[in-house]
Design a protein around this ligand. Structure first.
Ligand code: ADP
Ligand code: ZN
Length: 721
């Protein structure tokens, strides 16, 4: 029998669903319109591809870019799934062939651009068929508030009206509430069928480092990424060309990409990167849209990005395959000034908006707390762990921090005494007792804080200043970077409370990307075998005229090089090894692995089938069902040996997967609030929606804690069903 689980394993070769995939599929199977919001690499495609294979009829996938369609169709065909696309890149014969495949029912999935879908020819084709699912990829294109509005998307609602029996999915990686609302109203979705995945990308190691000698820093970084694909983003075309030339001189296989190049050259360079013919692409932000390459192992920002949003989007192109990837930002104050100079040329209101974006970006870069906190909070998510272990700031030992109370006091009082009208550089000049013109002009040599900070250097003082801003003791006005002391700062001046921080920048220890996303066996995979397997993959890909990742992902090869499978059964146990891929390529790879093992006297390592281990992944269903069968929260806690919080999380997932819960009474009894307070919380959910707790928490002026909010959210969802 076909189930989502059997299709996942036999067609896609995966053992377990990624977060929310299973719930989304269930929702679509129940023919409820579904909005899916997941970050890049979250696994959106699978959520409509699995239902497509479960439904009898046709699935139409709307996609804005020819390159994306082609890529998806190639990947599906390699899995043995019959998929076609219709667009202007096809010859008349190919077009007809694909039309026939759809008409005859041979094709399960049809990829089209929105404008194609709206033509009479396609309308009449579809009218002669059973259309089961309409999936709208890159659905933010429907919204004028998104970064990529496409008017044709607006007309998709007509398609829906024409084919009312087809269930509709909208998928996007854009999380802003405004865009989400827009998508839902444009397509007529109801509130509850929305699936919002976490935007935390655990496999990305995130690092920001002061930019000193950027070329040398880049070369040093690249030493750890021999033969591995990566993107280097630069601010200007000129910088792209220069850096690409330099890296080529150091014998790196590298191509430039920017809007100043001929179309044909740009295309060639992109293709070379995608097909692993070039290792590195040096690019402006023009590069990336429509790139599906899953094995990008690093992204370097050679220059400062203009906003946190674009930064997140750019680093998001790394590690789509779920394997570890490293994101490095080279940060300098000078870069920020450069961008500020460009912003100055703009008109209002664009100028103010750009300042705000830049300001958020510099605050992020200068931050000393876990990088994931500001990134995720930017998308309205709270990162509740104290430390992620996979960013440069985490794992910073408490002992790396020193007492900076005295310098902090000096700095704050100097800001205060000079009238809160200057930037950090001038304050430092006062502290160091500089005799420059500006000091003279404002008579700052007469201040009591003049020259009291000679124990530190200028760069040490600047670093202290950044930390004070970050700790909220100083406020920095965005346009001219003028500093003022906050209420919290005044408090600190009075109370003389101890402050911990760093005197020197770059006390950060070298830390490699710690690999959360790999098991210990996998992180010790055999590099030489991997390289042999990769060569084979490249050879097969070139022969088939597709990118290497269409044959196998890096993850599949890593597992082969870690477990050394010797026969069919063991090979089928590798992630991404579906039946069809095994039949097509299995023998080739087995031959290589076996001969390598013979020569090097290596034995196969046993890989436990994931499904056995993964009872935990589906535990929410067991918990939900047990609850519905009458078990109370306490008895579930005892049965699974977990906290109430965990049980509540399971139940929330269970509801969000579209299952009803028997009653909210048991849950309500967990809440310690008065009925009056509870009512206030429910009102806040009505107003702000139940997805994110932080806005609700803030709306209630932090009077209700998160534990309570979690309980009441569950009651709320329960009632709504
Ligand atoms: P998105 O469209 O959200 O950016 P994709 O659909 O391209 O993400 O999926 C990202 C990668 O994750 C792809 O290489 C895909 O094959 C892989 N993937 C998707 N679902 C799973 C799963 N359940 N297990 C393992 N890998 C998966
Ligand atoms: Zn962190």
């Amino acid at each position: 029998m076909l189930t989502p689980e059997t299709i996942l394993k036999s067609t896609f070769g995966y053992d377990t669903f990624k977060p929310l995939q299973r719930e989304i599929i269930a929702n679509v199977q129940a023919r409820r319109d579904t909005l899916v919001i997941m970050p890049t690499g979250g696994g959106k495609s699978l959520t409509y591809q699995v239902p497509a294979l479960l439904f009898d009829g046709l699935t139409v996938v709307v996609s804005p870019l020819i390159a994306l369609m082609k890529d998806q169709v190639e990947q599906l065909r390699a899995l043995g799934v019959s998929a076609v696309f219709l667009n202007s890149s096809l010859s008349p014969e190919e077009y007809q062939e694909n039309m026939d495949a759809v008409k005859s029912g041979r094709a399960k999935l049809l990829y089209v651009a929105p404008e194609t879908l709206l033509t009479p020819r396609i309308y009449s084709l579809l009218s002669s068929l059973k259309l089961d699912l309409l999936a709208i990829d890159e659905a933010h294109c429907i919204s004028e508030w998104g970064h990529d509005f496409r008017p044709e998307y607006r007309q998709l609602v007509d398609v829906r009206r024409k084919f009312p029996s087809a269930v509709c999915m909208a998928l996007t990686a854009t999380a802003t509430p405004r865009v989400r609302e827009d998508i839902k109203t444009s397509l007529g979705f109801t509130q509850s069928n929305e699936f919002l995945a976490s935007f935390n990308r655990e496999n990305l190691f995130i690092e920001v480092t002061p930019k000193r000698d950027p070329v040398a820093q880049t070369l040093k970084f690249l030493e750890n990424f021999k033969d591995q694909s990566g993107i280097i983003y630069c601010f200007s075309r000129k910088q792209v060309d220069e850096l690409a030339t330099t890296l080529a001189r150091y014998k790196y296989s590298v191509r430039p990409y920017h809007a100043g190049l001929e179309d044909s050259e740009r295309k060639r360079n992109q293709e070379a990167f995608i097909r692993d013919d070039a290792q590195i692409i040096v690019a402006t932000i023009a590069f990336g849209m429509g790139i599906n390459k899953p094995n990008v192992r690093f992204v370097i920002h050679f220059d400062l990005p203009k906003s946190v949003e674009s930064y997140y989007q750019e680093i998001g192109r790394a590690g789509r395959d779920g394997l570890p990837a490293h994101c490095l930002l080279l940060y300098s104050y000078g870069d920020a000034s450069k961008i500020r100079y460009f912003i100055d040329q703009k008109e209002e209101p664009e100028r103010s908006a750009s300042y705000q974006h830049l300001d958020a970006m510099t605050r992020y870069a200068e931050g000393s707390a876990c990088r994931r906190k500001p990134l995720l909070s930017y998308f309205g998510e709270t990162y509740s762990q104290e430390s992620c272990g996979t960013c440069d700031n985490c794992g910073m030992e408490e002992s790396d921090l020193t007492d900076i109370t005295v310098p902090a006091q000096k700095f704050l009082s100097c800001v205060k005494r000079s009238g809160e009208r200057f930037g950090a550089a001038h304050i430092v000049d006062i502290l160091l007792g500089s005799e420059n013109e500006k000091i003279q002009k404002y008579s700052h040599h007469q201040l009591s804080t003049y020259g009291i900070g000679k124990e530190l250097t200028k760069s040490q003082w600047m670093h202290v200043a950044r930390q004070l801003v970050e700790k909220g003791l100083l406020d920095q006005e965005p346009a001219y970077r003028v500093l003022s002391v906050t209420a919290k700062g005044l408090e600190m001046l009075k109370s003389r409370e101890q402050i911990k921080g760093q005197i020197n920048e770059a006390q950060k220890k070298e830390r490699g990307a710690r690999v959360k996303s790999m098991s210990s066996e996998e992180s010790e995979y055999d590099k030489s075998l991997f390289s042999l397997l990769r060569n084979k993959r490249k050879e097969l890909a070139d022969a088939a005229g597709v990118p290497p990742y269409v044959i196998f992902s890096d993850k599949t090869l890593v597992q082969m090089a870690a477990y050394f499978p010797q026969d069919k059964e063991a090979l089928l146990n590798m992630s991404g090894m579906g039946k069809v891929k095994y039949e097509r390529y299995g023998a080739d790879f087995l031959t290589i692995i076996k001969s390598y093992c013979r020569e090097n006297r290596i034995e196969e390592k046993y890989k436990a089938p994931m499904r056995d281990k993964d009872d935990a992944g589906r535990r929410y269903v067991l918990v939900g069902e047990a609850y519905n069968a009458g078990q109370g929260i306490e008895s579930l806690m005892a049965r699974y040996g977990v906290s109430a919080d965990t049980i509540l999380t399971h139940l929330a997932r269970f509801i969000q997967a579209g299952n009803p819960l028997r009653t909210a009474e048991d849950l309500m009894s967990l809440s310690k609030l008065t009925p009056d307070q509870q009512q206030k919380v429910f009102q806040a959910f009505d107003e702000l929606g139940p997805d994110m707790l932080k806005p609700v928490y803030e709306k209630l002026n932090s009077t209700v804690n998160y534990d309570e909010l979690k309980i009441l959210r569950l009651c709320y969802l329960c009632e709504k069903r």
